[in-house]
Design a protein around this ligand. Structure first.
Ligand code: HEC
Length: 175
């Protein structure tokens, strides 16, 4: 029994690795974001779930916010400010109806992820990024950093979340 469980686990792990490979970047030659020099961290798809959100209107997306181990501990313990070494990722995809699921439910109620839109990171390094509240920001489309003008908007727009160390997302407890 134990052996079967192990085999299942091994197969599942292998499947995860295969699925996540196209998303796992982070080589030494990757380009960093303008202003901050934040690179896509290797293995971010394996980070833990902080929360999910849906933006309507022009964005019309689903977004998932993931954190590395340092981030998860801080979210769970309510530690503020977030410690150096905190990495937070925001992954987004188009919000599209699922005909397959709707056929099962018998009405138009199901929405799933469509094409990926972009990838964002916030990285805490209180010395390196002292001028932006200790956070480095990076947004990537198709694996490439977006332009400098866009990166100048990150820090000011996150100011309203100053009481939560510039992070809007809160930890979603398990159902
Ligand atoms: C128009 C204001 C605005 C701008 C500009 C903006 N953000 Fe955000 N950001 C938000 C809000 C609001 C959220 C939370 C809701 C959401 O996820 O849509 C958020 C969420 C995030 C998150 C998840 C952690 C958190 O704070 O909740 C990351 C990472 C992030 N943004 C990175 C960036 C980066 C990188 C840039 C610049 C390239 C940027 N943001 C620009 C408003 C903004």
């Amino acid at each position: 029994m134990k052996r079967i469980a192990l085999l299942v686990f091994a197969a599942a792990t292998a499947a995860c690795v295969t699925v996540s490979m196209p998303f796992t970047a982070g080589g030494a030659d990757d380009e960093g974001s303008p202003v901050y020099g934040v690179k896509i961290p290797a293995g971010f798809r394996e980070w833990s779930l902080i929360n999910v959100a849906h933006e309507a209107a022009d964005l019309n997306d689903f977004r998932v916010v993931l954190g590395n181990a340092v981030a998860m501990k801080a979210f769970q313990d309510g530690t503020l400010p977030f410690p150096d070494g905190t990495f937070i990722a925001r992954l987004a995809w188009k919000y599209v109806p699922s005909e397959e699921n709707n056929a099962v439910f018998g009405r138009a109620q199901s929405f799933v992820t469509g094409a990926p839109t972009n990838l964002e990171f916030m990285v805490k390094d209180s010395k390196k990024y002292a001028a932006s509240g200790g956070w480095g920001f990076g947004q990537f489309t198709n694996g490439k950093p977006d332009d400098e003008a866009l990166h100048k908007t990150c820090f000011p727009c996150h100011q309203p979340a100053i009481r939560h160390d510039l992070v809007f997302t809160r930890y979603a407890p398990s159902p």
